[in-house]
Design a protein around this ligand. Structure first.
Ligand code: BF8
Length: 635
């Protein structure tokens, strides 16, 4: 294989060569076939919201149309499109949260087979935030009341969300004044769809104001609910050791991939795979054991709580099948490529779809129902075991690469980590920033994208941030990309971090890059920032903190929703490529400049990871200056 022929980690490069040799078309080939991508779409100025069109604004030709048939200009069209992107992304997270709520409520009622409430302490904290009195009530009763209240909050018509009350007073007052405090999660989503219908909201600022509202309902609503209830139901993560990359699959074992997002399925598959009866069954078929490894965010849910290995991030889902060693790939929803059944047709791999919202022609559909969760998971795993004997050994190519990592950090765990057994505090973290050992904190999150560097941008960006004493927190596929390069280990501090950050990591014994979980757990970044503000010494609002966020290789609408809830919460967010926007100068100006006057946060777009790092570091430095913090200790 020619060196650096492909972007990506070395296992990805190796497997892309295997795919090429086998003449199997992958996401990278399809991306090239789409080049150059549609110019109107890229700029966000095509509209197909009604049958007067489809219309497009033509910036390439001076005589071309500057308004659609209805009269909508580039500002209206691009803002409407953007609001719909935010809404679709938020819809995914919110629906995820709703699905967890359903399982949670069924578990509380004793109707979900194999599940139980694992974090009673957190249950009580969250219940009280929802105004539930806990004294004298059983865990089951509290959980039933909480589940019902959360369900009702999804459709709430007036008032404010319960968990957004965690935000600092400054933000809440700002959001109320701006009129962007979400009333109910679904409420804002429906209004977004209504506003973007032809002839409703025709003011780009007004459309964006509602976009902020929808996004806040995601970050401080649906995503936060998903995080909190998953912790209560599946246990709150604590640091543990994990492995990442395709090398986690084994030649002599049954290999099962779980792919998607909602841990209701993946957690049960992981649980059942260790059932002695199931393991004994695998042995009767000639396998030495069972490997359950994940892809995308569902992997990270089970990595954080069970130490389940992560086979790969978004771009590796096809490559996992191309190893020829996968008996089964079980999928639920989100980020699951429609190409998987076609890829699997070259091998013995069975692709099983399980969620009534997400059907994939060419897969076997086994609906996953909590009532029979354990039994269904067992049935699925037995099918995988039966498929072991169909594996064609000549087609097996498992790359060797598998890297260690320490995941499992949460807002709550930071208290323990820094405070030790006797104190419960964020003080050492705030002091580390105030004294200039840590410059600030950066969230590096999001997808990997064949248009960009297939995950490499994350690694370059994170290394540069560490060198400049920026503590990095990660979620999603960005975290997996960096895990594969061993950046999520305590040793990485000595290799890559500046002296100040190194000292902190050494004293605490933590990696310089903290894994907070899947994408819905970006909500942990919000709550951790609230704790930093509460601890004191770094201003009174989230917008004052020396923090920045980036999604260098984003691709999903979910990333747009996440980015917007951080901008709405006062952060700078940098994307590697812009969302469809540049066709409207006014909207571009709004998201990159004007919105800062509204929320304190803003957007920037920069594909080069080194330049991206500079934008983030400059922003962090400016925030430090505004807080009048002392210069960095070692520079
Ligand atoms: O929610 S980082 S490719 S897996 S969208 Fe998808 Fe992007 Fe990965 Fe999870 Ni998030």
């Amino acid at each position: 294989m020619a060196e650096n022929k492909f972007y990506g980690d070395s296992a990805t490069q190796e497997m892309r060569q295997v795919a090429e040799d086998l003449n199997i078309q992958t996401i990278w080939d399809r991306e090239l076939m789409q080049e150059p991508h549609c110019g109107f779409g890229t700029l966000g100025i095509c509209c197909k919201n009604c049958n007067l069109g489809p219309c497009r604004i033509d910036p390439f030709n001076p005589d071309g149309p500057k308004v659609g048939v209805c009269g909508a200009d580039a500002d209206v069209i691009s803002a409407r499109n953007l609001l719909r992107h935010i809404t679709a992304g938020a819809g995914c997270h919110n629906d995820h949260g709703r699905e967890i709520t359903k399982t949670f409520l069924m578990t509380a009622k004793g109707e979900a087979q194999g599940y139980k409430i694992q974090d009673e302490q957190k249950l009580k904290v969250v219940a009280q935030e929802y105004g539930i009195t806990i004294e004298g009530k059983s865990v089951q009763d509290i959980a039933i009341e909480l589940g019902k209240k959360i369900f009702a909050e999804y459709g709430q018509q007036e008032g404010e969300l319960a968990l957004i009350q965690r935000a600092p007073k400054k933000q809440k007052e700002l959001w109320r004044k701006l009129g962007v405090m979400p009333r109910g999660i679904d409420r804002e989503i429906v209004e977004a769809l209504a506003r973007t219908n032809m002839g409703v909201d025709n003011d780009y600022r007004s459309l964006m104001r509602h976009g902020i509202k929808v996004a806040l309902g995601d970050g401080w609503g649906g995503s936060m609910i998903a995080t909190e209830l998953s912790d209560i139901l599946f246990r709150s993560p604590r640091p543990l050791s994990g492995q990442s990359n395709l090398g986690v699959f084994k030649e002599d074992e049954v290999n099962i991939g779980v792919h998607g997002h909602v841990p209701v399925l993946s957690d049960m598959i992981a649980q059942v795979a260790s059932d002695p009866e199931v393991l004994a069954y695998a042995k009767t078929k000639g396998a030495h054991g069972i490997v359950v490894a994940g892809i995308c965010c569902t992997a990270l849910e089970s990595l954080m709580r069970r130490g389940m290995p992560v086979a790969g991030n978004f771009l590796q889902q096809e490559l996992a099948i191309i190893t020829g060693a996968l008996e089964m790939l079980i999928v639920d929803l989100q980020c699951v490529l429609p190409s998987l059944p076609t890829i699997a047709s070259n091998f013995h791999t069975k692709v099983i779809s399980t969620n009534p919202r997400a059907h994939f022609p060419g897969t076997e559909y086994i609906e996953f129902k909590e009532e029979k969760g354990y039994d269904i998971a067992k049935e699925i795993i037995k099918k995988a075991i039966d498929n072991f004997q169909n594996r064609n050994k000549a087609k097996v190519h498992i790359p060797k690469q598998s890297a260690p990592l320490v995941p499992g950090f949460t807002t709550e765990y930071v208290f323990d980590m820094l405070g030790g057994k006797t104190r419960f505090t964020y003080r050492p973290l705030n002091d580390g920033i105030i004294m200039g050992r840590i410059r600030g904190i950066a969230g590096v999150v999001g997808c990997d994208n064949p248009k960009m560097q297939s995950g490499e941008s994350h690694v370059k960006l994170v290394k540069e941030l560490l060198k400049n004493d920026v503590l990095v927190v990660q979620t999603g596929c960005a975290a997996t990309a960096c895990a594969k390069e061993e950046l999520l280990t305590p040793e990485a501090a000595f290799k890559y971090a500046g002296k100040g950050l190194q000292e902190i990591c050494e004293a605490v014994g933590c990696p310089p890059v903290l894994h907070l979980g899947p994408c819905v757990d970006n909500s942990r970044i919000l709550t951790a920032c609230c704790e930093i503000v509460k601890e004191g010494g770094l201003g009174v609002g989230l917008d004052e903190l020396p923090i920045a966020g980036a999604a260098p290789e984003w691709m999903s609408e979910k990333a747009i929703a996440i980015g917007w809830y951080f901008v709405a919460s006062g952060a700078l967010v940098v994307f590697g490529t812009p969302y469809p926007l540049y066709g409207s100068k006014n909207l571009t100006h709004f998201v990159t400049k004007e919105v800062e006057e509204w929320t304190g946060g803003r957007w920037a777009f920069e594909p080069d990871p080194m330049k991206m790092a500079k934008i983030m570091i400059d922003h962090i430095n400016a925030k430090r200056k505004a807080l009048n913090l002392r210069p960095m200790m070692y520079q």
